[in-house]
Design a protein around this ligand. Structure first.
Ligand code: IPE
Ligand code: IPE
Ligand code: MG
Length: 252
């Protein structure tokens, strides 16, 4: 029985988020430049997105570039941006063929004009697709997202559009970059690092976290299946007791 066949299709996570980490170390191990690692990381993105679409996953968020990553050496930032633009441009026909809709979360005002234009074009050209929602976190950080949301909430209160008494968790969601997507049930980080690195801090409140030593350029569909199987073996309690969860399951 293959790994894929072991997956319970009735209990798939609807949203999987991934911190794609380890490109630089993968390249260093091979005596290559870090950009070589990023280039190979694109192949992993293709493979994993295809795997998710085949399974029928509804949402996949990929952390591609953080607001902190702008502080990397200029040549790496420039190289990464060029790779992103080129990849997004080339992948649009495949996204359309596979009915995948592209979304972006992040401070895109920081992106070079050309990158932003390519991105907007890709968003538009895939906007009619109804299969997998592929959300690229680009120039994203959770603290940037919260800062932006809080500024907007304050502004709406000041203008009289929003009553402070009506601010609750449901309303806060509508101000987040992820307002159109459910919270991830599963968050994967590659490369053996056990941290969140400013990714979806609010949305990961009850996500199952899965860490693997596999470096991102080596990550393939099979690794995704392993993570999903691990997720399916867990009991999600949301603050309740294990016994309550069992009773609820028995009651259907
Ligand atoms: C992840 O790989 C890709 C980005 C952050 C853009 P890294 O570039 O962080 O690779 P390591 O962590 O240095 O190995
Ligand atoms: C997190 O990886 C950001 C992305 C994968 C895009 P980093 O490599 O930037 O994270 P740290 O610096 O190791 O925490
Ligand atoms: Mg890293």
């Amino acid at each position: 029985m293959s790994l894929k066949d072991k997956i319970d299709m009735q209990r798939l996570p609807s949203h999987i988020a991934i911190i794609m980490d380890g490109n630089g170390r993968w390249a260093n191990e091979k005596g290559e430049d870090r950009l070589f690692g990023h280039l190979h990381g694109v192949e992993s993105v293709r493979n994993v997105v295809e795997g998710a679409a085949e399974l029928g996953i509804k949402y996949m968020t990929l952390y591609a570039f953080s607001t902190e990553n702008w502080d990397r050496p200029e040549y790496e930032v420039t190289g990464l941006m060029a790779l992103l633009v080129d990849t997004i441009h080339k992948e649009v026909p495949t996204l359309n063929k596979n009915n995948i809709r592209l979304h972006v979360i992040g401070d895109v005002s920081m992106l070079p004009d050309e990158a932003r234009a390519e991105l907007n074009q890709a968003l538009l050209e895939t906007s009619g697709n109804t299969g997998l929602n592929l959300i690229m976190a680009l120039s994203y950080s959770s603290r940037w997202e919260l800062e932006t949301a809080i500024r907007q909430i304050a502004s709406d209160v000041k203008s009289g559009a929003l009553d402070p008494g009506s601010i609750n968790q449901d309303l806060i969601r509508t101000y987040l970059a992820t307002k159109d997507f459910p919270d991830p049930e599963l968050m994967i980080r590659t490369s053996g690092e056990h941290r969140i690195s400013n990714f979806l801090l609010y949305q990961l409140a009850y996500s199952e976290l899965y860490f693997t030593n596999t470096l991102w350029p080596d990550f393939r569909k099979e690794n995704l299946y392993e993570a999903i199987l691990d997720y399916q073996g867990r009991e999600r309690r949301f603050g309740k007791t294990g016994q309550q969860i069992k009773n609820e399951e028995a009651a259907g």
